[in-house]
Design a protein around this ligand. Sequence first.
Ligand code: TMP
Length: 237
Amino acid sequence: MEKKEMLYEGKAKKVFATDQEGQYLVQYKDDATAFNGQKKGQIEDKGIINNKLSVLFFKELEKAGVPTHFIELLSDREMLVKKLKMLPLEVVVRNIAAGSLAKRLGTEEGVVLARPVVELYYKDDALGDPFVNESHALAMGWATAEELKEVQALGLKVNEVLQKIMDQAGILVVDFKLEFGLADGKIVLGDEISPDTCRFWDKETKEKLDKDRFRRDLGKVEEAYVEVYRRVKEILA
Ligand code: TMP
């Protein structure tokens, strides 16, 4: 496999073309942003941890019947993935109130939800990724009814798989964000699953082990990423 030209640079990753038809190379950066890019920084070795952690999760999800874009781990910071036609949506699944849900509904962070909540956001930086519903997505042609049903069902399936792994690691899965795309007409999970895109709290102490440490200037940011990776590796590797 040959790495070709860079096709896209996002806030946390770069995507490269390859000489393989329908396959991209994703390279994970240490760059961290928050609040739609207004806060910028670096988290040392985050790219390595997010790449390897995503691989561990993707493999486990595939075993559980969730199709993912993951093909092969290439290096510390690089994985080979299937080329997807991305839906312009972020699918957020929540088990415990935190972040924007706590704010929107006026609940305290940490309130356990009676059932998982699935939310949709329209992926558009200029608009700040607004909260939308299914009828917006249908009316704007962002996805079909079948695709929306599928991404929500897969979101809940991912939640079950992640909760089972993280419970063994002594970690609560508070919430997380997924992005899906289409390959050969089939819905496939793309992007990453990492402390950048999930809220993880220590089960005992409720200590935050995710990007909220960076967003909220809580310190020990690198340490949190390393700790999550160490615990998950112990369970899965
Ligand atoms: P929120 O509470 O800020 O809406 O975030 C919900 C989850 O989604 C949380 O686990 C962090 C993740 N997330 C992203 O991955 N990217 C984003 O741009 C935002 C806003 C949240």
